[in-house]
Design a protein around this ligand. Structure first.
Ligand code: FES
Length: 118
């Protein structure tokens, strides 16, 4: 199994931070129009930083595993840092994503940008 497959399988089987926050400060939802898969991100912000984060959604293993991984990457970061968040950081953390699945892997980043209003 490649490192990429291992990361996807791990987060798909044991999703981190899945669910809803009771009173989120920022919410972003993105749907892949090609397949209907969806990711919703909720952020709790304190002192300008991500104090808590949850994701929810349904769809392919890559989109949901990428959302799980993204929640781990962004917890504790400032909103200013999140506005600078690059697709490549998530793709690198995933271990490299094949070109045909980029839309799946980046669905949660698009949800994040919606949450940030950018
Ligand atoms: Fe729909 Fe992956 S197949 S997001």
């Amino acid at each position: 199994m490649s490192p990429y497959e291992e990361v996807i399988l791990d987060h798909w089987k044991n999703p981190r931070n899945k669910g809803r926050l009771s009173n989120p400060d920022l919410v972003g939802m993105e749907v892949n129009p090609l397949c209907g898969d969806a990711v919703r991100l909720e952020l709790k912000v304190s002192d300008g930083k991500v104090a808590d984060v949850r994701f929810d959604g349904q769809g392919c293993a890559i989109s949901q595993a990428a959302a799980s991984l993204l929640t781990e990457l962004i917890r504790g970061r400032s909103l200013a840092e999140l506005r600078e968040f690059r697709d490549e950081e998530l793709l690198s953390a995933l271990g490299g994503v094949i070109q045909t699945r980029l839309k799946c892997a980046l669905l949660p980043v698009r949800a994040l940008r919606k949450a940030l209003g950018s």
